[in-house]
Write a protein that binds this ligand. Structure first.
Ligand SMILES: Cc1cc2nc3c(=O)[nH]c(=O)nc-3n(C[C@H](O)[C@H](O)[C@H](O)COP(=O)(O)O)c2cc1C
Ligand code: SF4
Length: 485
């Protein structure tokens, strides 16, 4: 497949023509609107989080760190990242970074742990962000900050960067082999889950005491609570029926409330999924993975959430809609939608022109991946009742057209907020430049090189090595170049 690079599209007309040639629907304004003329500058009405109205429609997505101390404590690179999130001007910090609710639930030995020992560090992360925001943007009464709570389940590597220690919701015909699940003891028992729920409840209390406006109970990307949503083959009270598969969420929420914790609630959900993908072996060379193809699977495919069980290369949103309604009933105020998993089908989760080292060449134009997520959020938004704000994901691949598409999406009411991940690592001032100058600095735009994923996949800290001198001046950059060959 010959990819049309986004920077080669010189105008909104070019962009729209290219989108039409791919058969996708994405609104794209003629130019970036500034100040109050931009739909993105408007506060998010209708829902207050911790009594606050979110001051604009830009959100910073959660991005896991690989740079805490080995006891999960705060370090200088983490503080810098949170400071830059605050400087960005986004008024919603939608989780900061995934924080493990217990040490063995970390996806890497240097992931932040939200526990008593790290209480002061947690408060410091938030204060650093608020101070940076205040210095650059003045008001903070409309800045809403949440912490993302997680257990990494199948992808746990809590002690050693090179050793998986998976704990899964259920056995999986493809992923067990890839992630070292060989024994029934690696599957959670019901009584172990009851204890884990208490860890979430404790973490939510710490979050509230550290000044968070909300906690995001992470249900995405193949991590543990997302895996529960697809645990159709699991017996017992946490598997099988939709009611059982969503029991962990209901018990976490009731535990938080029973403990008298008034913190507001969010959920990040992989709204749909596909089967795992792998590089096509026939077209791969050493160090150069081929284009992605689906792993072999048999039907019905009963191992994921939001997927058509009879054709798992298509989504099925019927349970997604049910889950959204459940969230609303539970009083969840923010729903941040994403898709799939960076570990087994990154092209649907994080559309990119250049794959990470454990990925594959794009099997489709990455713009199709962006449009798939945007249109799923649109469908959910059309059905979600009042009282729930919807955040969309996967905008970074839009590059220079990010603000123009985001404006259109928010104006059309397809999403309430646009959440941005990689672009913020590369270029934290992207929102401010768009809203104040109506243009972006081309040399700072994230080109989806995937080094922020390749580095941690190879035991190095994550960061935007190509565009952020803080990382390119580190010794790890040399190591990264060596890994990439
Ligand atoms: C380095 C890195 C770390 C990430 N960590 C998390 C995380 O901790 N929690 C989460 O929900 N998503 C995480 N994501 C996914 C992003 O939040 C986002 O969904 C994804 O990058 C697509 O958005 P984008 O196109 O704006 O980058 C991470 C992404 C990157 C690049
Ligand atoms: S390393 Fe930088 S340019 Fe590459 S995908 Fe990550 S943020 Fe974007």
């Amino acid at each position: 497949m010959k990819l049309t690079r986004v920077p080669s599209l010189k105008s909104a007309d070019d962009f729209r023509r290219h989108a039409a040639s791919l058969g996708i629907e994405l609104p794209c304004d003629d130019r970036i609107l500034i100040g109050n003329a931009s739909p993105l500058a408007q506060p998010a009405d209708g829902v207050l989080i911790n009594g606050k109205r979110i001051g604009n429609r830009y959100a910073v997505q959660p991005m896991e760190g690989w740079d805490a101390t080995t006891s999960g404590g705060v370090t200088e690179p983490m503080l810098r990242r949170w400071q830059r999130f605050g400087q960005s001007g986004a008024k919603l910090i939608c989780g900061g970074e995934a924080m493990a609710v217990r040490p063995d639930g970390r996806a890497n030995p240097n992931q932040f742990i939200i526990n008593e020992e790290n209480r002061a560090g947690l408060a410091r992360l938030r204060e650093t962000l608020v101070t940076a925001h205040q210095q650059r943007h003045g008001s903070t009464g409309d800045l809403v900050i949440g912490f993302q709570l997680t257990h990494s389940g199948r992808f746990c590597k809590p002690n050693d960067q090179s050793r998986l220690e998976p704990r899964v919701a259920c056995r999986h015909p493809i992923l067990d082999r890839k992630f070292g699940v060989t024994r029934q003891e690696q599957v959670w028992t019901d009584s172990e889950i009851e204890l884990l729920i208490q860890d979430y409840v404790r973490a939510a209390r710490l979050a509230w005491e550290a000044g968070a406006d909300f906690v995001d109970i992470k249900h995405c990307h193949g991590y543990l609570l997302h895996e529960f949503l697809g645990a159709r083959t699991r017996p017992g009270k946490y598997g099988g029926s939709f009611e059982n598969r969503t029991r962990p969420l209901r018990e976490i929420v009731s535990g938080i409330r029973a403990a008298g914790n008034p913190i507001d609630l969010a959920v990040r959900l992989s709204a749909f999924d596909f089967v795992p993908f792998r590089p096509d072996p026939a077209l791969s060379r050493p160090g150069k993975p081929g284009p992605g193809i689906p792993e072999d699977f048999s039907l019905p495919y009963r191992y994921a959430f939001g997927v058509n069980v009879d054709n798992p290369l298509e989504y099925d949103l019927s349970e997604t809609f049910q889950f959204v309604e459940l969230c609303r009933q539970l009083g969840v105020k923010l729903l941040n939608l994403t898709a799939g998993s960076p570990y087994y089908n990154p092209h649907i989760q994080r559309p990119a022109a250049y794959p990470p080292s454990d990925g594959y060449q794009p099997p489709e134009d990455p713009l199709i991946g962006v449009a798939r997520q945007v249109n799923v959020v649109r469908q959910v938004k059309a059905r979600a009742g009042p009282g729930l704000l919807l955040v969309g994901s996967a905008y970074s691949y839009l590059q220079e057209f990010l603000p123009q598409v985001a404006q259109g999406v928010v104006r059309e009411g397809w999403a309430d907020l646009v959440g941005i991940g990689r672009m913020v690592l590369a270029y934290p001032e992207v929102f401010t430049d768009a809203l104040t100058q109506g243009r972006l600095e081309a040399r700072r735009i994230c080109r989806t090189f995937s080094d922020c994923t390749t580095a941690p996949r190879n035991g190095l800290i994550s960061g935007c090595y190509p565009l952020d001198a803080y990382y390119s001046s580190r010794p790890e950059f040399e190591e990264l170049k060596r890994v990439k060959g």
